[in-house]
Structures are given as C-alpha cells and as structure tokens.
Design a protein around this ligand. Structure first.
Ligand code: CP
Length: 335
C-alpha cells in the first residue's frame, strides 16, 4: 500500500503529543502545534546563542559528538537541507546525506525498512522531508526510543524549523509578539510554511494574523486557524509590521488556480507601491526559494525592509538549537 494511502490525514492521531516524552520534554519535532510559549522561547534563546556576527568565525559546540544525523530529503531543497547539514556538523555530529535518487527506496524498499537499516548503523536523528502527509509521524511511531525524528517539510502540513526561524527573525526586529500584525501573502492553500508560522504566532499571542490571497488559494474555513482572510492587498497589508510572502507552489496545484502569472503579480505581487500600505518599519520575509517578478518584485526582495537572507542565516542556528535541545542529556542504552 502506498504511504499516501496509509496516511490519510483523518487517521493521523495527534502529532503534538507524539513528539513529547513523558514529562513534556521534546523528543521529536513534528509540528509547532501544541508547543508551549516557554518551549518556543527556549528554542529561540538557544538559537541566539549559536549566532555570531557576520564575518566572524561560526560558533561550534560538541553537543552532538558521537551522534549520527541522517538527512533524508524526498523532495527538493536547498536551504533546509544545507542548513541541517551545517547545523549537525557545527554540533560535531557525523552526518549522512543520503542520495534518495540512488537509495533502495527506488528499488521498492519500504521507508520503514530503509529507516531500520540506517537505525542499525546507529543513526540517532533522522531529518525527513516528504511530499506525503503523515510520514514523519509514522516513522516517529516506529523507531527505537532513543531516536529522534525532525520534520524538515511535510506535504502542505508542517515545516516546524521554518516556523521557528521565521519567529526568531521577527523577534530580532520587533519588540514583542503581543502587539504584532502579520500578513502572510500568496499560496496559503498549499503552504506548510504558513501553517507552521500561524501555529507559532497563535502560541505567542500575536493578535492580528492575516492571510492574503485570491479565493482559489485560501483553504476553506481558514478562519479556524485563528487568522483573518483578505482577498485584497490594500486591506491585507494595511499597517502590518511583517509581510511574509509565499511562493506559488505549482507542483502541488491540480489545475490552474490563477488566471495568469501577470495578473497574479499585478494583484498580489509585492511591489514598493503595495508595501506602502504597511507600517514604515515593516519587515519583508520570504521562506525561499523566491520567484522574482511573480510573487515579489526584485527591488523589494533586495530592498531595505527585506530580511530574507537573515532568515537563511537564522535557519542554521535554529536547527542547531533543535538538535541540541532534543539530544541534550539523552543516553543510548546500547552504547
Ligand atoms: N524554505 C525552504 O524550505 O526552502 P528549501 O525548499 O530550499 O529547503
């Protein structure tokens, strides 16, 4: 049976509980949903400790010495994969970047048999990106109890380390989350980035989170996520502190959900004119990869409000933080 059939979303039980040990400590990171304000704050504080000023030597730690991290990316990635790789190495782990195109999964091996094989090689942390919903949780339910699973992007469901690096980037520039207005603009329907950021902003008490898109790119009942839907950029961006732009995820679209790319850019592309609706000190964010001239104009992507490359830098620190916190004080019974 295909993994997608096994993991019909309605059968997936609560991942937010699955990722905790008895006592509430994080064992896996599958979702930001259900984490406490204190847990998010600890993860950001630890990430800050791994940041060094640009041009200075990077900060290293021996927190994962003797541990092995396997990066299994079954969907394309530049930022997430490279930053997990660098993060694990800066924590002194052994790192295995499996080439999924030449892995035995291509020969019909099940994902669990592949995981068990790598577990037998004493892998401690699996970093998983997959196009099917439920795969990270499925693996988490089936690994040995000293192994951790990190979700590096799951279908349109969750991208928790992206959510954390987005939070950290906002925190570096804005006084607090409790007075924050945030607009998330673009392909909300297919966006795991939007879902993770929305969960995190809700936990931290952000009072005004808007999702801005054509109706065809807004999930039904999106208000239930605790956001205000807007189909007009003037209303959506009015006086916001942060604009998070999203890529159109054509690889997840069934049929055409926009009239044309030119019309989409005209109505929802972030230009200097539209950015003027926001507060004067607005932050412009984007998880990447960016499509210049489709969802964001080049001069805005590179402009004075943009923190897009800071998000990338913060991504390494956040992934170091997650791995250090998850593995902190853990013992392998068989070593
Ligand atoms: N933001 C993000 O997940 O980018 P990649 O697909 O390059 O990892």
């Amino acid at each position: 049976m295909a993994v997608t059939e096994l993991f019909d979303r309605s059968t997936v039980s609560d991942e937010s509980e699955l990722q905790l040990c008895r006592g509430g400590r994080l064992r896996h990171l599958l979702t930001l949903r259900g984490l406490s304000r204190e847990q998010l704050t600890d993860l950001m504080d630890r990430a800050e400790s791994f940041l060094s000023p640009t041009g200075q030597r990077v900060i290293r730690s021996r927190a994962l010495e003797g541990r092995t991290v396997a990066n299994l990316f079954f969907e394309p990635s530049t930022r997430t994969r490279a930053s997990f790789d660098l993060a694990a190495k800066r924590l002194a782990a052994d790192v295995l970047n499996l080439d999924v195109n030449t892995s035995s999964r291509k020969k019909g091996e099940s994902i669990l048999d592949m995981i068990y094989t790598l577990q037998a090689m004493q892998v401690d942390v699996f970093v998983i990106r997959d196009a099917s919903a439920g795969v990270p949780a499925y693996i988490a339910r089936n690994v040995n109890d000293y192994v951790s699973i990190l979700n590096a992007g799951e279908a349109d469901v969750a991208h928790p380390t992206q959510g954390l690096l987005d939070l950290l980037t906002i925190r570096q520039h804005k006084a607090d989350f409790e007075n924050l207005s945030v607009a998330i603009v673009g392909d909300i329907l297919h966006s795991r980035v939007a879902r993770s950021l929305i969960h995190a902003l809700n936990i931290l008490g952000a009072p005004d989170v808007r999702v801005v898109a054509p109706r065809t790119l807004l999930p039904t009942e999106v208000e239930r996520l605790g956001v205000r839907p807007c189909t007009d950029m003037r209303e959506g961006l009015k006086d916001v502190d942060v604009v998070m732009m999203l890529r159109l995820q054509r690889e997840r679209m069934q049929g055409s959900l926009i009239a044309s790319e030119q019309e989409y850019f005209n109505l929802f592309g972030l230009t200097r004119d539209k950015l003027a609706y926001a507060k004067p000190d607005v932050l412009v964010m984007h998880p990447g990869p960016i499509n210049r001239g489709l969802e964001i104009a080049s001069d805005v992507a590179d402009g004075e409000h943009s923190v897009i490359l800071s998000q990338v830098t913060n991504g390494i620190a956040v992934r170091m933080s997650v791995m250090a916190i998850l593995m902190g004080g853990r013992q392998r019974p068989d070593r």
